[in-house]
Design a protein around this ligand. Structure first.
Ligand code: IVH
Length: 685
């Protein structure tokens, strides 16, 4: 065990600090798993600083849910200065003249930090406002958050709240890296910050360049009676407190602050989406009190999403890997929220018709939550006299096949999956991408090159590539050829759930693939399941089930599958080491909310004890574990079918009793080891 600890530490350092890994992720995970197994067998020998310690919550894929000492409220918001005026009037009427504090509204994710005797002891996300996730280890990596306070005068116990955000520079760097690695881009800095905070590896968090600003203190014995006074004190203690904050005494002053920042914010290095106005005096804050959701002593004035007016020059039609056609507008370049916009999305034909978008129109573009801005409106007063309604294409711009529409779907599709070039290239790129088969060296350009040279017609051709042929191609030498061949060889070790994801079945993303793999355990079981059976798996709705059935109905796909099978890809889930067989053969539905455990935890527990989770209540269900707020329709159906309903406590008793009873059989001797039954994904440190 000591040896494994040393090896893991060494390789972890090579990977994270030296950026020069010497072993593959797979080899690393195998070592880690070996140590975990040994630790399970010899609990007395576990080193409290073992590399597996950090992994605990990683494997369970969740953070401990904890209760907030004071609920984390949200803010009432408004977009109109009229409403803001009414809010100010109401307060003045109720209390008289008061001081306000105007601050920037940071666009990130809320955090509550607890300090005990001057040291950071806990960091919790907002969650549902009452309970949030304990993300302390991740938050400790954020450089500007003090781990120990400076100066004096801070209470022995208090909470300070603020926003964790990702500055534009970090966000751009992250997306550039993701693009280079073929990973999907993050939509905006807010999502990136929230996602990063929930990363299972604090080293990942540390590398992502998050920042924090603090704007609210809660606790007793604070040094000042005003919000502003305490923020200034907090700054002295070493907290990052924004300097763009102002005490305002009149509506006019507040409006000036808003008007100033409405333009100036564009030159800030981070995203803001409004101004927060708070009553300064704590005594008045208490008088005003709170509603169930938000304090009555604060309001957020939100900035209008930025938009720009420009001319629509032309529309391109892109063909995705699923054949979906996406119209993309080419615009006269225009400045918008800090970048020059040349292209915008218009989602589909319906939207073009609904907005009556025409070539040559002046159009408004907005940056919403998406990466590329969208056209939201046409300026009809500037429409050229000779303009004609937009005619949507009827045939694929790439291969000429007639486009089709599927029921209930707004998009047009090119049905020529087997021959249409961007679909083939797109599917192959998806197949080799990092989260799928992770074949290094096969980038978009190389795939295109191989396609042009007739070496790749579909994903299964990858496994017939030979190094001599590869090395002979322009731009590829012996070294890249060897690299690709090594990537291909290693891809045969990729887990079944990732193989399933790699196939690129419509709507089967990473998560769905994981659920499908866990439920059916083999590709053959999925291929032979009926649409109804498929829809029984957790997270698989009828739309996905139909898409899967359609995929396997196509001979072309079945041929590919057979060739992949002969190449030696994993078509079966690795045998799970179960915590117990308490639920063997049982179909379980998890419904409602649970105390102290997420629904995903509950599901993982069912699976760790040999059960299967189903999404819907049907005659196949053996019992339901019901938390709070189980839906009335589900309840009624369960009662009608006479299905047993267990509460959380009884469920825990059921699995624990059975586990204890099975203590003498080695495979079942690890109660509460749900975590180890979950396959390890990727790098854990
Ligand atoms: S004060 C009890 N101040 O906006 C008052 N919130 O839309 C707590 N936010 O949940 C909030 N900047 O996450 C406050 N200067 C600021 C803020 C701010 C951003 C966030 C915060 C809040 C959300 C409401």
């Amino acid at each position: 065990m000591r040896q494994l600890e040393d090896m893991l530490e060494y390789h972890s350092r090579k990977y994270y600090i030296d950026n020069a890994p010497e072993i593959s992720d797979f080899e690393f995970d195998t070592l880690l798993r070996e140590l975990q197994d040994l630790e399970a067998q010899h609990p007395d020998e576990v080193n409290p600083n073992s590399p597996t310690k950090r992994v605990g919550s990683d494997i369970t894929n969740s953070f401990k849910s904890v209760e907030h000492r004071y609920p984390m409220l949200s803010l009432a918001n408004t977009y109109s200065s009229e409403e803001l005026g009414e809010w100010i009037d109401r307060i003045t009427k109720e209390i008289g003249e008061v001081e306000f504090v105007a601050e920037l509204k940071f666009d990130g994710t809320a955090i509550s930090l607890t300090y005990e005797n001057g040291a950071l002891s806990r960091a919790v996300t907002r969650g549902d406002g009452r309970r949030g996730d304990d993300v302390t280890d991740n938050v400790r990596t954020i450089a500007t958050i003090p781990l120990r306070l400076m100066g004096e005068g801070y209470p022995s116990l208090f909470e300070i709240r603020g926003e964790i955000y990702m500055p534009y520079a970090s966000f751009d760097k992250l997306n550039t890296e993701r693009e280079a690695q073929g990973e999907p881009l993050l939509a905006n800095p807010r999502n990136a910050a929230a996602g990063t905070l929930k990363q299972q590896s604090s080293q990942v968090v540390a590398r992502r360049g998050l920042a924090c600003t603090l704007y609210h203190i809660a606790g007793d014995n604070l040094p000042s009676d005003t919000h502003y006074g305490n923020l200034m004190a907090a700054r002295e203690w070493g907290f990052p407190v924004s300097s763009h904050i102002k005490v305002c005494r009149t509506r006019k002053e507040i409006e000036e602050f808003i008007a100033y920042w409405d333009t100036e914010r564009k030159s800030l290095p981070y995203a803001t989406d409004g101004i927060v106005i708070k009553v300064n005096d704590y005594a008045y804050q208490r008088t005003l009190g709170t509603t169930a959701k938000a304090p009555r002593w604060a309001v957020a004035y939100k900035f209008q999403a930025e938009r720009a007016l420009t001319r629509l020059l032309s529309v391109d039609f892109q063909v995705g890997r699923t054949g979906a056609i996406t119209p993309v507008a080419n615009l006269d370049p225009v400045q918008l929220a800090g970048t020059v916009v040349k292209r915008a999305s218009i989602h589909n034909a319906q939207q073009i018709a609904a907005l009556d978008i025409r070539l040559g129109d002046m159009v408004y573009v907005e940056k919403g939550g998406e990466i590329i801005p969208k056209i939201t409106e046409v300026e009809l007063s500037e429409r050229p006299a000779e303009s004609k309604p937009f005619e949507y294409i009827t045939h694929c711009p790439e291969c000429g096949a007639e486009l089709v529409r599927y029921e209930g779907e707004a998009k047009h599709y090119c049905p020529n999956t087997a021959e249409c070039k961007p679909q083939i290239i797109g599917r192959i790129s998806h197949f080799v991408s990092r989260k799928a088969m992770d074949i290094e060296g096969l980038g978009g350009e190389t795939i295109e090159l191989l396609w042009e040279n007739g070496l790749l017609r579909d994903i299964s051709d990858i496994y017939s590539l030979d190094p001599i042929q590869l090395a002979a191609l322009p731009r590829l030498g012996d070294k890249s050829a060897a690299n690709i061949m090594e990537g291909i060889r290693r891809s045969k070790e990729v887990t079944f759930e990732r193989v399933l994801f790699a196939l690129g079945i419509r709507f089967v993303g990473e998560t769905t693939a994981k659920y499908l793999a866990g439920h059916f355990l083999s590709l053959d079981a999925i291929a032979s399941a009926t649409t109804e059976e498929l829809a029984e798996a957790e997270e698989v709705g009828s739309k996905i089930a139909v898409a899967i059935t359609e995929y396997f109905a196509q001979e072309h796909n079945r041929n590919i599958i057979e060739r992949l099978r002969s190449a030696g890809l994993r078509f079966e889930a690795a045998a799970k080491s179960l915590a117990s067989e308490a639920l063997k053969g049982k179909n379980v539905v998890i419904s409602g909310k649970f105390v102290g455990r997420s629904r995903d935890d509950m599901k993982a527990m069912v699976e760790a004890h040999g059960g299967k989770c189903l999404a819907a209540v049907s005659a196949n269900v053996d019992f339901i574990v019901a938390g709070e707020n189980m839906g009335p329709a589900k309840l009624q159906k369960a009662e009608k079918l006479g299905i047993t309903i267990l509460d959380e406590e009884r469920f825990m008793v059921l699995i624990n009793n059975n586990t204890d009873g099975a203590d003498d059989t080695p495979a079942e001797s690890a109660p509460h080891q749900e975590a180890s039954a979950t396959p390890i994904q990727g790098r854990l440190f």
